[in-house]
Design a binder for this molecule. Structure first.
Ligand SMILES: [Zn+2]
Length: 400
C-alpha cells in the first residue's frame, strides 16, 4: 500500500516505542480527534487482524484505521506538540501476534497437509476463527491438526518477514499465485510455509506456546474452525480446569468421576420420569372414578389445569364407560379451554354440537365426531359454565 507514513511494524513487530512527527491533525465530527504521522508502529485494522492500541504523548489511541492510504490514529484529545512519542500496548500487541502467527500455522497445515483452502480469518476478542472451503472435519482430523500445530511450536522454527521483488518470488514456496504488482512482503516459517502478509508476527514458533482447537461448525459452503493460541490457550486451560473442579464440588465427587455420576443421574432421571407418569395415570384413574356418578354425562370445570391432563382424564372416563358423554374445561382468569368427548357406544356426532358447545364461552375449536377441543373467554363462574355446557349436551341428547 502506498503511503506517506513509514510503517515501522513491518520491519520490527517487537518495537513498542517510537518518535514521530505529526503531519496532520483534525477533529472528525463522528470519530473524534484524528492524527496522521510521518512514521508509526501502530498496526491499523486490516487483513483479519485488529488494530493496536497505545498512546501518543500519553494520549490514548483507541483506534487505528487505513483511510485513503493514510494511517489514521484516533485519539481521545488533541495533541499540542509536533513531535510525539508513541507507545504500543505490548500485552495487546503480543496477544495479536500470537493469534495471528497461530493462524499462519493452522492455514499452512490445512493447505499443505489436507489441501484445504482458507476463505478468511478473524481474530476476535476471545477466539480466532478461520473459514475453510471443506466438508466438516472429523474429530480424528482435528486431533491430528492440533498435534501437528503443537509439534511445529515445539520445533521453535524461526519466522522471518522479507520484502521480495516480483521477479524473485520463484524462490518462495507459495501455495497461491500473487496477482498484484509491486514488492511483496513474504512471511516465512522456516521449514514449511511462505505466505504473503502485512501483519505483525512472532519471531519464532516457540513463542506461540500452544495452540488449542476449540471446535468446528458448518457454515455456508464450508466449515469454520475456532482456536486459541498462546496466553489465550493457557487461560482457556485454566478456566476449563476451574470449571471442572467446580462441577466436581457441586456433584460432590472427584474430577474423574463426574462423567460416571452424570450418566447415572441421567438414567435415574429417566426412570423417575417414567414413575411420575405412572403415578399421574393412577391419580387420574382415581379422579375419574370420583367424577363418575352413573348418570352417563360428566361436565366439570377446573381452575388452571393443563388441557392435556383433562384430555387424559376424559379418555379414561370414556374408555371405562363406552356410553359416557364427557366435557371438561379449565379456566385461567377469563380464558377458557374446553373439550368434549364420548365413549365408543354413544351415538352423538360431536361436530354437530360444536358451534353451540364452543358458543358457551364465545370460543372456537374443532375435532372429530368423537372428540372436540377449543378455547374462548367467559366472565361467568365455573358453575354457570358447567350448567350451560350440560344444557347444550342434554338438548342434543333429546334429539339423538
Ligand atoms: Zn500474517
Amino acid at each position: 500500500m502506498d503511503t506517506m507514513t513509514e510503517l515501522l511494524y513491518l520491519k520490527d513487530s517487537y518495537q513498542t516505542e517510537f518518535l514521530a512527527t505529526i503531519t496532520d491533525q483534525w477533529l472528525d465530527p463522528k470519530k473524534g480527534y484524528v492524527v496522521t504521522l510521518d512514521r508509526t508502529a501502530f498496526y491499523p485494522t486490516g487483513g483479519g487482524q485488529p488494530h493496536d492500541i497505545g498512546t501518543l504523548n500519553g494520549v490514548p489511541v483507541h483506534s487505528v484505521e487505513w483511510v485513503d492510504d493514510q494511517v489514521h490514529h484516533y485519539v481521545d484529545s488533541p495533541i499540542k506538540e509536533n513531535v510525539v512519542q508513541g507507545m504500543i500496548d505490548w500485552e495487546h500487541r503480543f496477544d495479536l501476534m500470537q493469534q495471528h502467527t497461530g493462524q499462519h500455522v493452522m492455514a499452512a497445515i490445512l493447505k499443505r497437509m489436507y489441501d484445504i483452502d482458507m476463505e478468511g480469518f478473524d481474530i476476535g476478542d476471545v477466539t480466532v476463527t478461520i473459514d475453510l472451503k471443506t466438508k466438516p472435519l472429523s474429530n480424528d482430523q482435528l486431533f491430528k491438526i492440533e498435534q501437528l500445530a503443537n509439534t511445529i511450536i515445539l520445533k521453535n522454527e524461526p519466522i522471518r518477514a522479507t520484502i521480495v521483488q516480483p521477479n524473485a518470488l520463484e524462490a518462495f514456496d507459495l501455495v497461491h499465485d500473487i496477482t498484484r504488482e509491486g514488492d511483496v512482503r513474504i512471511v516465512s516459517i522456516e521449514s514449511f510455509d511462505d505466505t504473503p502478509c502485512g501483519g505483525t508476527h512472532l519471531s519464532s514458533t516457540g513463542e506461540l506456546q500452544v495452540i488449542k482447537l476449540l471446535g468446528t461448525e458448518r457454515i455456508s459452503g464450508g466449515a469454520r474452525l475456532s482456536f486459541v493460541c498462546g496466553r489465550r490457550a493457557v487461560s482457556h486451560y485454566a478456566l476449563q480446569h476451574a470449571r471442572i473442579e467446580n462441577f466436581a464440588r457441586l456433584l460432590e465427587t472427584s474430577d474423574e468421576r463426574i462423567e460416571g455420576k452424570l450418566h447415572r443421574w441421567k438414567k435415574e432421571r429417566v426412570e423417575r420420569e417414567k414413575e411420575i407418569e405412572q403415578l399421574k395415570e393412577q391419580l387420574l384413574t382415581y379422579e375419574a372414578t370420583e367424577l363418575w356418578d352413573g348418570s352417563g354425562t360428566v361436565v366439570r370445570g377446573f381452575t388452571e389445569r393443563s388441557i392435556h391432563e383433562l384430555k387424559a382424564l376424559a379418555t379414561i372416563l370414556t374408555k371405562t364407560h363406552p356410553h359416557a358423554l364427557v366435557s371438561l374445561f379449565t379456566m385461567n382468569g377469563s380464558n377458557v379451554q374446553l373439550l368434549a368427548t364420548r365413549g365408543a357406544d354413544h351415538p352423538l356426532n360431536l361436530r354437530d354440537i360444536a358451534s353451540d358447545f364452543f358458543g358457551v364461552c364465545n370460543g372456537r375449536g374443532g375435532g372429530s365426531p368423537t372428540f372436540i377441543q377449543g378455547a374462548g373467554t367467559s366472565e361467568e363462574t365455573i358453575e354457570t359454565l358447567e350448567r350451560n355446557i350440560a344444557s347444550v349436551l342434554s338438548s342434543q341428547r333429546v334429539l339423538v
